[in-house]
Design a protein around this ligand. Structure first.
Ligand code: SF4
Length: 225
């Protein structure tokens, strides 16, 4: 298990205000200052990953190490992949604790949104780290639960591949019986190298998502059939 203990975040005030659509009216600057101060206090991004190898492939299954995953899209994306990198990224327990204790509902809302943005940044940092360390070219990632084809329940398989005790020990992250992670601002996934750079957002029609990384491509899904 490899651990990235310090993941730097770029919390540029103008970029954050734009991302979170902080209204230029009212106490915008005050809220932004308060938000960034709190974020720097409570967000501590870290990551853990391991190297794993792809074995058997079925129609809509793929075996990685000793664990079989069920997802047609993952299986197709791993067509050419031999080596993959299952991972967990978290913003840490302190974020959960401090956010729960906040009485200012507006600050709480913006902090949650900022945390989602920070989780995205932390994952991009991990991708860049893997690309550099393992000469991956342009790595892609998939996260269980981001598409109906690879539902949240598959987090159990991902944790089994990583070793639940090792993830708990390395990052303090565990999985609940409903397959959610604790601390809540955590994300799991698999990084791989594919011919085409893949982003789940290309297959996700959800509107109004601050985390969107690529435009929805209605026709792309048919290439996985
Ligand atoms: S558009 Fe948003 S919800 Fe859909 S996959 Fe991308 S980040 Fe996730």
């Amino acid at each position: 298990m490899n651990i990235l203990e310090t993941i730097p975040l770029s919390l540029d005030p103008q970029e954050i205000a734009k991302k979170l659509r902080l209204s230029p009216r009212g106490h915008r600057q005050e809220m932004l200052d308060q938000l960034l101060l709190k974020a720097r206090e409570v967000i501590r991004p870290r990551a853990a990953y391991r190297v794993a190898y792809v074995f058997e492939k079925g129609e809509d299954t793929v075996k990685i190490g000793p664990i079989t995953f069920k997802s047609r899209i993952l299986r197709v994306n791993l067509d050419q992949a031999g080596k993959v990198f299952p991972y967990v990224v978290t913003l840490g327990e302190e974020f959960d604790r401090e956010t729960r204790a906040l009485n200012d509902m507006l600050l709480k809302y913006y902090l949650e949104e900022l945390a989602n943005y920070a989780l995205g940044q932390a994952q991009e940092f991990l991708l860049a780290h893997l690309a550099q360390t393992y000469a991956l070219g342009k790595p892609s990632r998939m996260n269980p639960g981001s598409l109906p084809d690879w539902p949240l329940e598959q987090q159990r398989n991902l944790f089994a591949l990583l070793g639940p005790e090792r993830i708990k020990e390395a990052l303090g992250v565990s999985l609940t019986s409903s397959f959610l992670m604790v601390p809540v601002k955590s994300v799991s996934g698999i990084v791989f190298q594919a011919e085409k750079n893949f982003k789940s957002c290309q297959l996700c029609p959800r509107g109004n998502c601050l985390g969107r990384r690529a435009a929805y491509d209605k026709k792309l899904l048919s290439t996985y059939e």
